[in-house]
Design a protein around this ligand. Structure first.
Ligand code: URA
Length: 204
């Protein structure tokens, strides 16, 4: 039954793929989500940044990284001298997965099956935008791209050569920074995240 509801492959433009993704039912996350949060940015961007999945704010607004994680991300970009408008910014998973608890919506991590279903869209974004540099923020983005379930610490902050002359750069997810309780550690990790974007700028 599910196969019948999979949208047909869209006709080769980012706008068409984005439109098709609006009615995606490839996995069950769409059932509770407000809307598909597709990637945004220039269709010919040299750099693609990939997060995990939309959060509460993104789900309501319909754009990636517009909540608290987005603020940390934008601060890092600004300090590195990178204009967000030049980047194609997207997520591994395009719907917000959460558990309703009273009026609150508790964020839930997408599982591997959901990430695998949703990367159908990510692959189309990659094929159409053809970025030279791909920045994976967090383990979910890394897994969506490469099937690698590696510790981020082992491959973080260094450019990694990919096929077709592309470069992959891995950093942490900004939501991880928001969850750090110890203030000193938090600032240290934020500084390191910002340093990663300074490296990204040098690779652009
Ligand atoms: N976290 C993500 O991974 N993506 C968003 O768009 C927002 C928060």
């Amino acid at each position: 039954a599910r196969a019948a509801t999979i949208p047909l492959p869209a006709a080769g433009t980012l706008a068409a793929v984005r439109e098709a993704a609006r009615s995606c039912t490839r996995c069950d996350i769409h059932c509770l989500a407000t809307q598909t949060v597709f990637g945004e940015g220039p269709a010919d961007a040299d750099v693609m940044v990939i997060g995990e999945q939309p959060g509460d704010h993104e789900d309501l607004v319909g754009r990636p990284f517009v909540g608290p994680a987005g603020t940390l991300f934008e601060e890092a970009l600004k300090l590195a001298g990178i204009e967000r408008d030049r980047l194609y910014v997207t997520n591994a998973v395009k719907h917000f997965k959460y558990q309703p608890r009273g009026k609150r919506r508790i964020h839930q991590k997408p599982n591997m099956g959901e990430v695998r279903q949703c990367r159908w869209w990510l692959r189309q974004e990659l094929e159409l935008v053809k970025p030279k540099l791909i920045v994976a923020m967090g383990a979910t983005a890394l897994f969506a791209l490469t099937d690698m379930r590696q510790k981020l610490a082992d491959i973080r902050s260094e450019p990694i050569a990919m096929e077709e002359g592309k470069t992959l750069f891995v950093t942490v997810h900004p939501s991880y920074l928001l969850r750090i309780v110890d203030e000193d550690l938090k600032q240290k990790e934020i500084d390191r995240f910002r340093g990663d974007f300074a490296s990204v700028k040098r690779l652009m």
